[in-house]
Structure formats: structure tokens, C-alpha cells
Design a protein around this ligand. Structure first.
Ligand code: APR
Ligand code: PHB
Length: 392
């Protein structure tokens, strides 16, 4: 099979890239290891920043997110038993966020892909990339039991942190930057009406907690836990009791309980590879960088990458102009490092570190008091949380 762009991975990055290229008339094939159900049901984060919403709208896949997503104009930081609101919209010139699960974005993109009629090869095994440092790269896989070769002009590595694309780059051609945190998040989905309209990020002496939601009937909650936490040790009762303790406030606010329908542990890591390209292989999304979820940036960065990559490929095919492709990594890394700093900073400000000292605890408290009382401090949170405008 022959195509212009072969895309490895059908997460938000790969699917959106495929769709943007399709709309520009650029032929592409998406190869995915798992089946459609896995892609559509895997529960991930759920905050879409303004630029992500704009990009999905421009791509014609924003209809359901506006209908079913929950627009939020603020978030709250909870510490010392008080909630402090950060007015995202007022502090960022009217930009805001929408809470809409990543798997819902994936469903919308898969539906658009199927409607386009372009190939999306689910359940492909033994996926490998070849000759990426030549002008005739290819992707091979086994699909429907048949060995398949996809000859192409370019390969987009959208196969997540554990994918094969970044691993195919020779040692020494990319540099990686890494930070692993000494904690993880235990996340649950509960069939309970959210007890507040906005997200609540809590710093508590027993550890971080986050109150979020997916719909008017589903609450999403997280607790800081050990990186190797054993889920079996967490009965539903223990989870609720810990959530109530960490999210307790003097005004009597409390989370609503309901049947827990999903539980999982999310590791926390910061990671960047530079450059995000090797030969004709371009990395996008989690294959190139990871942020801890505290800043709600993971999917948004993936969208920003493929927005830049689609524009670069469109310029290449429409007018034989390689300038944007040559600048792809540099363009993305500027935004990536901003999000890396922000996510690391929010994580540091809100979590309990096992090696913390009474001095560090006081410093953390002081920082929280400052960012919630000073307009300048709150603006730093707001501007980054809603996402900076694209640099195009
Ligand atoms: N061959 C084909 N597909 C693969 C391979 C492989 N060898 N390895 C991984 N994949 C697929 C995965 O099954 C997954 O569907 O690549 C896809 C990668 O999707 P994501 O992990 O969702 O990554 P990305 O599209 O970059 O989206 C980033 O995901 O982890 C969250 O917080 C992150 O929200 C962010 C988003
Ligand atoms: C979520 O709703 O899953 C969520 C929200 C905000 C975050 C991380 C996750 O920072």
C-alpha cells in the first residue's frame, strides 16, 4: 500500500492529524495496535483548553463537545480548609476551558475517520518503521493476519510514551529529559452528581486530592498515592473516607458519593525528547513528551503538536515549502517546555513530597496563599491553565 503520510497510533494525536490531513486532501493511513473499543473506552484526562477547542472546531469535530462538554470559567485551590477561586476567564482575556473526556474526543475523531473512508487499521501487530533517514520511509505491520507494507513520504509517530517510533531513533540522535515523581494518582469515576461546578485542586497534609467531573451525573476524583500503590488495598469505603478527609472545608462542602465504576493508578512523570524529529519521522504527543496531569496539559499538547505538523505538511504538499517542517520541533518545543514548567510547578505546589521538611511545607503554604490572593499570582495560573495562544 502507498500513501503520503503514515501515522502510527490512533490516540488523540494520530486521529486528529489524520483528520486534518484528510481535510487538506493529503492521503494518510493510520495504524493502531489496539481495537476500536479499547481506544474509545480508555479513561484518560478531560480538560480541553481554548486552543484545543478552537482546533477541534476548525477541524469540524467540535459539535458534540459543545453540546455535551461542561464549560468552566474558573478552578479552585483548596488548602487550610478553604477553597480559593481562580477566575480563569477574567484573568486570561475571556479564554476558558471545557471538561470533556479524552475518550469522547477519540470517539468523535474515529467517527470522522470512518466517515472519511480513509484507512484506520485497528489491531495491527508487529508495527515497525523503516528507512526514516531516507526519502522513501515505510511502515510494516501485520493486519488481518496479512503482512502489510505502507510506503510513504513521511511518518508521524503518534504512538504514545511506550510506542515504537521514538525507540526507532538511533541512540545519540535525540536527547531526553526526565523527572519521575515519588507519587502517583489513584483515580476513580463515580456515579454521583458533582457537588461543585468547578474543579477543586487540594493541598492537604495527607496528600493531594482533585475533584473533577465528566457530566452532570459522573464525578471524577483523584488521590495522591504511592507510585507502586496496590489498588486491592483500596476498598470503596477507604477511598471515600480519604477523599472526604482531604477535601474537607470549613464551609461544609463535601463530595457526593455514588457507585465507583472505574479505578486506576496514574504514574507521574515529566519527560521531553529533543528534537521531536529524525529524518522523515516526526514525533507528536506522548511519544515526544509527558507531563504530570496536575496542569491538565497532556492532550492539549498533543493537539498543539499535530496542529503544527499538519500545517507543516500542508505547506510542503501545497507549495513545496519545507520551512515549517524544518521548524516543527523548535515550534513545538517552545510550547512543550512552557507546559513542562507549569505542570511541574503545579505538581510541586500541590503535592506532599515524602522528603519534605517543615520549612518546605511552610514555603508551599506561602506560595498557595500568594497565588490565590495576588492578581499577578492568580494570572500566572489562569494564563497557563487555559493555554497560551498558538505561535503561528
Ligand atoms: N503500533 C501501533 N499503535 C501503537 C503502538 C504500536 N507499536 N504503540 C502504541 N500505539 C497506540 C496506542 O495503542 C494508543 O492508541 O498509540 C496510541 C497512542 O495514544 P495516546 O497514548 O493517547 O497518546 P497521544 O495520542 O499522544 O495523546 C496524548 O494521551 O496519555 C494521554 O495525557 C495524555 O492526554 C494525553 C494524550
Ligand atoms: C480529569 O478530570 O480527569 C482531570 C482534570 C484536571 C486535571 C487532571 C485530570 O488536572
Amino acid at each position: 500500500m502507498r500513501t503520503q503520510v503514515a501515522i502510527v497510533g490512533a490516540g488523540p494525536a494520530g486521529l486528529l492529524l489524520g483528520h486534518l490531513l484528510h481535510r487538506a486532501g493529503i492521503d494518510n493511513v493510520v495504524v493502531e495496535r489496539h481495537d476500536r473499543r479499547y481506544a474509545e473506552e480508555r479513561i484518560r484526562a478531560g480538560v480541553l483548553e481554548q486552543g484545543t477547542i478552537d482546533t477541534l472546531d476548525e477541524a469540524g469535530v467540535g459539535e458534540r463537545l459543545h453540546r455535551e462538554g461542561l464549560p468552566h470559567a474558573g478552578i479552585e485551590l483548596l488548602f487550610d480548609r478553604h477553597r480559593h477561586r481562580i477566575d480563569l476567564a477574567a484573568l486570561s482575556g475571556g479564554r476558558a476551558i471545557v471538561v470533556y473526556g479524552q475518550h469522547e474526543v477519540v470517539k468523535d475523531l474515529i467517527a470522522a475517520r470512518v466517515a472519511s473512508g480513509r484507512p484506520l487499521l485497528f489491531e495491527s501487530s508487529d508495527v515497525a518503521v523503516h528507512d526514516v533517514d531516507t526519502d522513501h520511509p515505510s511502515v510494516t505491520c501485520v493486519h488481518d493476519g496479512e503482512p502489510t507494507t505502507i510506503d510513504c513520504d513521511y511518518i508521524a509517530g503518534c504512538d504514545g510514551f511506550h510506542g515504537i517510533c521514538r525507540a526507532a531513533v538511533p541512540d545519540g540522535a535525540i536527547r531526553t529529559f526526565d523527572r519521575v515523581y515519588p507519587f502517583a494518582w489513584l483515580g476513580i469515576l463515580a456515579e454521583a452528581a458533582p457537588s461543585a461546578h468547578e474543579l477543586v485542586y487540594a493541598n492537604h497534609e495527607r496528600g493531594f486530592a482533585l475533584f473533577s467531573m465528566r457530566s452532570e451525573k459522573i464525578t471524577r476524583l483523584y488521590l495522591q498515592c504511592a507510585p507502586d500503590e496496590d489498588l486491592a488495598a483500596w476498598s470503596d469505603d477507604r477511598i471515600w473516607s480519604e477523599l472526604h478527609r482531604r477535601l474537607e472545608t470549613d464551609d461544609g462542602w463535601t463530595v457526593n458519593e455514588g457507585p465507583i465504576v472505574q479505578k486506576g493508578v496514574t504514574p507521574m512523570r515529566s519527560f521531553v525528547c529533543e528534537p521531536m524529529q529524525y529524518g522523515r519521522l516526526y514525533l507528536a504527543g506522548d511519544s515526544a513528551h509527558i507531563v504530570p496531569p496536575t496542569g491538565a496539559k497532556g492532550m492539549n499538547l498533543a493537539v498543539a503538536d499535530v496542529r503544527a505538523l499538519s500545517k507543516a505538511l500542508i505547506a510542503r504538499y501545497a507549495s513545496n515549502d519545507d520551512t515549517r517542517l524544518a521548524a516543527y520541533s523548535q515550534t513545538c518545543l517552545k510550547r512543550v517546555w512552557r507546559a513542562e514548567h507549569y505542570s511541574w510547578w503545579m505538581t510541586s505546589m500541590l503535592h506532599r513530597f515524602p522528603d519534605s521538611t517543615p520549612f518546605m511545607d511552610r514555603v508551599q503554604r506561602s506560595e498557595l496563599a500568594y497565588v490565590t490572593s495576588s492578581e499577578a499570582g492568580s494570572r500566572v495560573i489562569a494564563e497557563n491553565y487555559v493555554g497560551l495562544p498558538f505561535d503561528e
